[in-house]
Design a protein around this ligand. Structure first.
Ligand code: HEC
Ligand code: HEC
Length: 333
């Protein structure tokens, strides 16, 4: 293993700034240093994870693992990208590009429900999945790369961090604001042509006219990650499903917005999802996915299906008739 000095330096820096911030300004987290929850307001407040400055680096037994897990999730490319310092097993994106603020942002595809709900049965693989398996799914699909050794130091660290984030959520529960928001279906198919206009107006200034993003000056990762093409997520990734993409983008893109202050309308989010996911991207052998075809979600774009709707309709919608069919079919069983 290569030496990890740069991370030590940035660690000291972040711990110091974190402490200073906490002293002078108070922590913005829902979970403050004393572990108290803020007063309840009329509006339901979504879960927000603790900041990295709260990682119990010195106190906890596995504090160093938790910290290294945070590093790997926020700077994946630095450690594990094409020029990674530890290994070269992923496409240059960071986990954090899609799990905003290292998996702590409300409706930012956060990790709040992972420790509380895994291991769990997942239809995509047709089996029980551990956190390790789920993390490797993202390595192989979202990062279009290779799985980590599930008992190695890197995996141990990522899992330690994710468990630390979710440690206060009771077993089996999903807090409000976890993962990606479910947007209501449109009553028409999502439209790539309309999405192209949304893309030109709201996305190109960062992700580029060609959607290829912008490399960071150091050359290890991206300032703005690519949305399609050879360095993007592959067709087996969660974001390739329009509902995941639309829900993610609605609350998080442009990257200055949040769940109570979106820029796009929901309709625009669905249409831009249709446009981006119609562009070329890496393929993946998906023949082992969804062994029970009736378990495929309405917006899974590859047949065969238990119903008679076309691949086109499964990809772009309208989804309501498919969801209705699934409901009736489940009842009939
Ligand atoms: C291109 C975007 C993208 C990247 C990059 C990415 N993920 Fe994900 N990840 C997703 C999506 C989409 C989901 C599914 C969310 C859903 O279904 O609601 C997901 C789900 C997960 C889950 C399960 C969450 C849950 O509540 O069930 C874990 C754990 C996870 N990712 C870890 C990682 C790790 C670790 C990395 C980096 C090695 C990573 N992801 C990189 C998009 C991404
Ligand atoms: C102001 C700059 C900016 C704009 C405008 C913007 N993004 Fe992003 N986008 C980012 C950044 C930065 C990230 C990575 C987030 C991070 O690492 O915290 C990102 C990440 C993403 C991701 C997940 C990672 C990936 O590459 O797949 C998607 C999908 C995405 N943006 C889609 C969009 C769409 C669609 C629009 C237009 C509606 C848009 N973005 C507009 C800056 C921007």
């Amino acid at each position: 293993m290569k030496n990890l000095k740069p991370s030590r330096i940035s660690l000291t820096f972040i711990v110091l700034t974190g402490t200073l911030l906490a002293i002078c300004c108070g922590s913005p987290d829902v979970e403050d240093a004393t572990g108290k929850k803020p007063e309840k307001t009329a509006e339901q407040q979504p879960w927000r994870g603790p900041a990295a400055s709260q990682i119990p680096f010195y106190a906890a037994q596995n504090g160093k693992d938790i910290w290294y897990g945070y590093e790997l999730i926020s700077k994946t490319a630095y450690y594990l990208g094409p020029n990674g310092t530890v290994n070269q097993i992923s496409n240059g994106m960071n986990c954090q590009n899609c799990h905003i603020d290292a998996g702590t942002k409300p409706f930012g595809n956060n990790y709040s429900a992972v420790a509380s709900t895994y291991p769990k049965f997942r239809e995509r693989s047709g089996g029980m999945e551990s956190i390790e398996k789920r993390v490797n799914d993202c390595f192989e699909r979202s990062l279009n790369g290779q799985a980590l050794d599930s008992s190695g130091r890197e995996m141990r660290a990522i899992v330690a961090y994710i468990k630390w984030l979710g440690r206060k959520i009771p077993k089996g529960e999903k807090p409000y604001g976890s993962g990606i928001m479910e947007l209501e279906y449109l009553n028409r198919a999502a439209d790539p042509a309309k999405g192209k206009i949304v893309f030109a107006g709201h996305c190109t200034k960062c992700h580029g006219d060609d959607g290829q993003g912008l490399k960071s000056p150091g050359g290890k990762g991206y300032e703005f990650p690519p949305l399609w093409g050879p360095h993007s997520y592959n067709e087996g990734a969660g974001l390739f499903r329009l509902s995941r993409f639309a829900g993610y983008v609605y609350n998080n893109m442009p990257n200055t917005v949040n769940w109570h202050n979106p820029e796009l309308t929901k309709e625009q989010a669905w249409d831009v999802a249709a446009f981006v996911n119609s562009q070329p991207r890496p393929k993946k052998d998906l023949s082992k996915d969804w062994p029970n075809i009736a378990g495929k979600p309405a917006d899974h774009p590859f047949g065969p299906y238990a119903d008679t709707f076309s691949e086109q309709q499964h990809k772009f919608g309208p989804y309501a008739p498919i969801a209705q069919w699934k409901k009736e079919h489940a009842k009939a069983k």
